[in-house]
Design a protein around this ligand. Sequence first.
Ligand SMILES: Cc1cc2nc3c(=O)[nH]c(=O)nc-3n(C[C@H](O)[C@H](O)[C@H](O)COP(=O)(O)OP(=O)(O)OC[C@H]3O[C@@H](n4cnc5c(N)ncnc54)[C@H](O)[C@@H]3O)c2cc1C
Length: 232
Amino acid sequence: MPFETCVVETIQRTPDIKSIRFEKPQGFRYLAGQYIFITLGGGPEKMTKHFTLSSSPTEGFLEITKRLTGHPFSDALAGLNSGDKVSIRGPYGEFTFQGEYDKVGMLSGGIGITPLRSMIKYSIDKELGTSIILLYSNSRESDIAFMDELEGMQREKPDIKVIETVTRPGQEWKGVTGRINAEMVKKYMPDYIERTFYTCGPPKMVEAMVSLMRELGVPEEQIKQENFYGYD
Ligand SMILES: Cc1cc2nc3c(=O)[nH]c(=O)nc-3n(C[C@H](O)[C@H](O)[C@H](O)COP(=O)(O)OP(=O)(O)OC[C@H]3O[C@@H](n4cnc5c(N)ncnc54)[C@H](O)[C@@H]3O)c2cc1C
């Protein structure tokens, strides 16, 4: 369904990731993990793209979070200011979490965090008590979107565990390093076989994570995936 809305806030998450918050239109309902279409401009300049809502349905605004590419749509989105109007359509998608599982594993890299942030926030706000372990890979520490928020959630909620790994660590980084692999899953999610997994991001990343879960013997019905087509 199409809705007109306007920007209420923009938040620079990392040097090349930005969140845009919109007024939640009356009657707009969605599930944690779903996406919308955003249309910018008009006439021949009109551009439409998919974006997962990084906000949770429990929050009073809609938020999308974009990896900035310097391409026309990206620049137009990054240039939005409070009060600017956009057209959205949705929600869509079946990569959702409503509290169906007691134990969840999340494997993500870079911008693929958006639906997972929504699901974790939803689980906390609804006091679902779901055990969620997130393995989140990024290139450098400065690339980790939502880092402070995720670490705060982990500190306050014993059900939430967040393991950040970086592939190009700087001198200061004291955490986990390297790409997500079988050893990491076994170490940080020893009960992985009992977990329902959510993996999301650019198709190459998702393909690698799904292969990893198959290699580990995770049953197919416990693997949920969302591909951000449009990124290589
Ligand atoms: C279900 C779904 C959910 C999504 N959710 C999100 C989300 O939450 N956040 C998010 O950031 N994205 C999300 N995406 C992806 C999003 O829709 C866009 O495809 C993506 O943001 C890229 O758009 P863009 O306009 O910045 O780049 P585009 O111009 O579309 O470019 C995309 C890629 O193509 C290549 N490319 C394109 N043009 C050139 C060129 N001239 N020269 C060299 N290389 C080029 C580049 O490698 C570039 O990274 C989602 C996609 C789907 C399908």
